[in-house]
Design a binder for this molecule. Structure first.
Ligand code: HPA
Length: 290
């Protein structure tokens, strides 16, 4: 695995993308499990396999195709990272953060991070969605460890990682679409094993509402790059010890498939509202598969 210093400069990868695509997105979406349908909703102008983008980590989890899509959705230029690499696959945090640095170098200003998560809060039942209000980094490391990239800060403020205005846009989109959305704290573990019931009880005590294995590294890097960040979890299962039986990846994928249309509608509503934030006056209606 390359160390941060061995990664190509984000600006050089961004320049390669710019040479091959006319799309100039200010908004980017990272698609986790449950949100893969978004990739099909975007009118793609250019597609880049992660393996063709220098420094991009190529993940191997089923359901995480690695592709950067540049195109248009809801009349708004967007960049979509369809599929992401996880720490548990062996990638270090610097590698996981690289695509976010490339997006920033491309001119992206707003990043929506999506994921699948286990529900800890009693009201976060499987099939519901949570706007991430804050996170707890339980992954045991930090993506900003190591050399400080030129022009970036070493000690990044994380007092408000998830932008309040974007959270309102998510809530508005949920209303538009009739999709219930709660707000809560996402706790990130390294994985890949699921948690024990005792760990989940401990996480509840710590203030976590949902648990997952991603998002936090990207969110921290995004804040270092000065991006506005939103986070959205699809609750695919009850966290360990809270449901009827065991927790499995098959169950996560199954629920992700079940709610895929609603996830796509919710993100579409967010994109439209984001357009409305950027250019007031844009409509914010949405018709949703319930
Ligand atoms: N734990 C950790 N990660 C997850 C879970 C979970 O229960 N569900 C989906 N991703």
């Amino acid at each position: 695995m390359p160390r941060a210093s061995a990664l190509p400069s984000p600006a050089s990868t961004a320049a390669l993308v710019r040479r091959r695509s006319p799309v100039r997105p200010r908004l980017a979406l990272v698609l986790g499990s449950g949100f893969g349908g978004v990739a099909g909703a975007v009118t793609a102008a250019s597609r880049f396999a992660f393996r063709d983008l220098p420094g991009f980590p190529v993940g191997r989890v089923p359901g995480h195709a690695g592709e950067l899509i540049l195109g248009e959705w809801q009349g708004i230029p967007v960049a979509v990272l369809a599929g992401r690499a996880h720490h548990y696959e062996g990638f270090d945090f610097a590698e996981i953060g690289h695509p976010v640095r490339v997006l920033a170098a491309l001119g992206v200003e707003t990043l929506l991070l999506t994921n699948a998560a286990g529900g800890i809060h009693p009201r976060l039942l499987p099939g519901t969605f949570m706007a991430i209000a804050d996170h707890i980094n339980f992954m045991g490391t930090n993506p900003l460890r190591g050399p400080v990239p030129p022009g970036r800060e070493r000690f990044v403020d994380l007092s408000a990682v998830y932008d309040a205005g974007l959270r309102s846009a998510l809530k508005g989109a949920a209303k538009d679409c009739g999709v219930p959305l709660r707000e809560g704290v996402y706790l990130a573990v390294p994985g890949p094993s699921f948690e024990t019931p005792a760990e989940i009880r401990a996480f509840r005590t710590l203030g976590a509402d949902a648990v997952g294995m991603s998002t936090v590294p990207e969110a921290i890097v995004a804040r270092q790059c000065g991006l506005r960040v939103a986070g959205l979890s699809c609750i695919t299962n009850a966290a360990a010890g809270l449901g009827d039986g065991t927790v499995s990846h098959a169950e996560v994928l199954e629920m992700a498939r079940t709610v895929s249309d609603r996830a796509t509608a919710l993100v579409g509503g967010f994109v439209r509202r984001h357009g409305g934030l950027a250019w007031p006056g844009m409509a914010s209606r949405c018709s949703v598969p319930q």
